[in-house]
Design a protein around this ligand. Structure first.
Ligand code: OXD
Length: 306
């Protein structure tokens, strides 16, 4: 039985080292060097070429290298019986919450403006306790961000597809409560999983439901955002600006208008980066569980797409 890494677009060296350090005897292969595809039962995957999983007749588990699994389930040719798992890691959650907190503070304290202008020109600023932050997507990362913001005295609301109860957070759910949730969100943070339902969710009518002067943060996936709609509502003054860490095309092409828009902050998909050293133990634990026929951890519901 072999353990295969498929990561054609990202160098898997750090994963190989971390796996070898934890499990020196692991029968590890790296795609496309596969001796016998019929021996592969477990794959650690990041942005695989779609369609290739058909060739692995005995494959049982595809483990994502990250928290997101959209790059796996967007391949419609993966047989139903194959289980897909995602990463749930404390470090990822901590990194995401600190990142979102920094973006919000940078916005509220007008830091980008001060740093870019060569002028001694103090500005007034808004306090966390006077700021309502709405988080779309109350999964592990959404809840982690909410906790960090609450510790820093923000008023936090959360929206999710289904009802959730989270200490200290006013929660909303479903299409029927979306507008109410948006109405008071001075800062909107998108942490939704990317699914067929959430694709393009950040679009004109959603932005228009936010209060004038709101700020949007997208740290989930580029495909959530209708880019032209965002530019329009920023340029017409409805939104104060946006901070974007993820894009439809990454790296963001040099000629993309986001780079030139002074009200849009671009970062290169760095909100929270999976650390193979902290994540490998859970990957290997699931590998052992698979071999022993036990229930896996962090399994994705393929119907819900997250
Ligand atoms: C992830 C990511 O899904 O890095 O973990 O975006």
């Amino acid at each position: 039985m072999s353990f295969l890494i498929i990561s054609p677009k990202k160098d898997p060296k750090a994963w190989i080292e971390a796996l070898k350090a934890e499990a020196p005897d692991l029968d590890l292969e790296v795609y496309p060097q596969v001796k016998d595809p019929s021996k592969v039962e477990y794959v650690l995957s990041w942005r695989h070429p779609h369609g290739i999983y058909r060739d692995f007749k005995n494959l049982k588990v595809i483990a994502s290298m990250g928290a997101g699994i959209d790059h796996i389930i967007s391949d419609k040719e993966i047989p139903e019986h194959i289980q897909i798992t995602r990463v749930v890691d404390e470090q990822l959650t901590k990194d995401m919450s600190v990142f979102v907190l920094s973006l919000i503070l940078e916005h509220l304290r007008n830091l980008a403006q001060h740093h870019s202008q060569n002028e001694w020109k103090p500005t007034s600023y808004q306090l966390p306790e006077d700021t309502q932050v709405g988080i779309m997507g109350m999964g592990v990362l959404g809840v982690g961000v909410a906790e960090k913001l609450i510790q820093n005295k923000f008023n936090v609301t959360g929206w999710s597809r289904t009802k959730k109860e989270i200490l200290g957070v006013t929660t909303y759910h479903g299409d029927e409560q979306l507008e109410e949730f948006l109405r008071e969100s001075r800062v909107l943070v998108n942490l939704l999983p990317l699914t067929s339902e959430t694709k393009n969710v950040l679009q004109k009518s959603l932005f228009e439901a936010l209060p004038k002067g709101a700020f949007v943060i997208n740290v989930a996936r580029g495909e959530h955002l209708v880019e032209d709609d965002l530019i329009e509502v920023i340029n017409n003054g409805h939104l104060a600006g946006a901070a974007l860490d993820v894009f439809r095309k990454e790296p963001l092409p040099r000629e993309h208008p986001f780079w030139k828009n002074k009200k849009i902050r671009v970062s290169p998909h760095i909100a929270s980066i999976t650390n193979p050293v902290t994540v490998v133990p859970q990957i290997l634990e699931n590998y052992e569980r698979m071999k022993e026929g036990k229930e896996l951890k962090n399994v994705v519901d393929r119907e819900k797409e997250y």
